[in-house]
Design a protein. Structure first.
Length: 108
């Protein structure tokens, strides 16, 4: 199966390399048309479009769960001089601040 998968990928790559930048970026050529032109012999399935939303699932509870999973040494290393820990969600950028008291309560 791996050999077949690799062959399929090679074939698709070769076909995609025949497509010009103008075709790919043309506002007059729908992406479905590009796919059909390139891969019609392979069989093209186009699924309905879905909207993409920038939604983060972070929450204070999830961040607390991360803190709960850390060792005391890791907690100490993460604490600032005043005993606080600031954790930033790398997806949405939201900053969660935990005081020394918050941390002690979480680690109980």
């Amino acid at each position: 199966i791996d050999i077949e998968h690799e062959e399929n990928w090679r074939r698709a790559s070769i076909l995609l390399n025949t497509c010009s930048d103008d075709e790919l970026l043309s506002p007059n050529l729908h992406s479905a048309d590009v796919l059909y032109r390139l891969l019609h012999e392979e069989g093209v399935r186009i699924y309905p479009a879905t909207s993409i939303k920038h939604v983060c699932r972070c929450s204070k509870e999830r961040v607390e769960d991360v803190l709960k999973s850390l060792s005391k040494e890791d907690i100490t290393d993460a604490q600032q001089e005043d005993g606080h820990i600031n954790m930033t969600c790398e997806f949405c950028g939201k900053v969660y601040l935990f005081t020394r008291d918050n941390i002690e309560e979480i680690k109980k």
